[in-house]
Write a protein that binds this ligand. Structure first.
Ligand code: C2E
Ligand code: MG
Ligand code: MG
Ligand code: MG
Length: 292
């Protein structure tokens, strides 16, 4: 395509591609040592039950603070990590770290809360993926029913059967499976029915469109209904306003997550966040109880 656009364009295009390539090489080079150099850490974003306000648990979100590159967003480095397969050790590190942290909270008598971990399709394609997950649960002492794996619709473009079988097996152990960013990818409803998932996570883009003046009911409402028809729990991500929360409550969405509840929290602040949240939540509910 670049060639057809003429000689000059080709050179420019080529240079951009070279720069893009160089950037990826630099990120890859620095990412290689990131685990061993303790440059990776996790933030935890709360998920709460909409109906009761009860804390369900957290989603683990990776952060990378590179001494040379500064903070790099997962939106840019996860793709690169997938392409060079560094996502395999990184993904395992995330899983172990998140399970360890939650198991620690449980041992201290908190919760028990759940933990969601984002899993790349590259990890799901590994022959020993299920074994790795179960081994990490054993090693960290986290009860499988408090772990949820977040997968994306990109699995529909891969060996669907193979991935399905593994997820089915993990689900039998009590592990939850959430389909993340739902509505943005490639799933057809007939495939969705065959996938052993427990939760639909409505993508933020559908939440952003609440309120929507152009439509009688934002699409989020229909997605919640579909999820419930399929017997799934439905979570909304990227909830930023009271208006969105109220709409989701009317539509009987099960769980919510987003800046309106909390931004992702560094590990060492999670306990104090929980303490404060539990207090505020109880305070907020007090008048309701009295009126009943
Ligand atoms: P995701 O799993 O869909 O996570 C949601 C993203 O939206 C997170 O960005 C979160 O910080 C952000 N977010 C949450 N609530 C709000 C809100 O109310 N408003 C706005 N504007 N944003 C909100 P983050 O942490 O930058 O992560 C981006 C993506 O990177 C994630 O999207 C996920 O796909 C990927 N990712 C993050 N951690 C991991 C990981 O450990 N493994 C893998 N494979 N992917 C990860
Ligand atoms: Mg996610
Ligand atoms: Mg998401
Ligand atoms: Mg998203």
């Amino acid at each position: 395509r670049a060639k057809q656009a003429g000689k000059g364009t080709y050179v420019l295009y080529g240079q951009n591609m070279q720069r893009h390539f160089d950037e990826r090489m630099i990120v890859e080079k620095h990412l290689r040592g990131a685990i061993d150099n303790n440059e990776l850490f996790l933030n935890y974003q709360p998920k709460v039950y909409l109906h009761t306000g009860e804390l369900w648990g957290f989603e683990a979100l990776i952060r990378w603070n590179s001494p040379d590159l500064g903070f790099v967003s997962p939106l840019s480095f996860i793709r690169i990590a997938e392409d060079c397969r560094l996502i395999v050790p990184i993904g395992e590190w995330v899983l172990r770290r998140a399970c360890l942290f939650l198991a620690g909270l449980h041992r201290q008598g908190r919760g028990p809360y759940h933990i969601s971990v984002n899993i790349s399709v590259i990890q799901l394609l590994l022959a020993d993926f299920a074994d790795t997950v179960l081994r990490i649960l054993r090693e960290t002492g986290l009860d499988p029913r408090y772990l949820e794996l977040e997968i994306t619709e990109s699995i529909f473009m891969e060996s669907f059967e193979e991935i399905s079988t593994k997820l089915e097996y993990l689900k039998k152990w009590g592990i939850g499976i959430a389909l993340d960013d739902f509505g943005t990818g490639y799933s057809s409803l007939s495939y969705l029915k065959q996938l052993p998932i427990t939760t639909l996570k409505i993508d933020k883009s559908f939440i952003d469109s609440i309120p929507d003046e152009n439509s009688s009911m934002p699409l989020a409402g229909s997605i919640i209904a579909i999820g419930h028809d399929m017997g799934l729990s439905v979570t909304a991500e990227g909830v930023e306003t009271k208006e969105q929360l109220d709409f989701l409550e009317t539509m009987k969405c099960d769980k919510v997550q987003g800046y309106y509840i909390s931004r992702p929290i560094p590990e060492n602040q999670v306990k104090s966040w929980i303490r404060q949240y539990e207090q505020e939540k109880l305070d907020a509910r007090e008048p309701k109880r009295k009126s009943k």
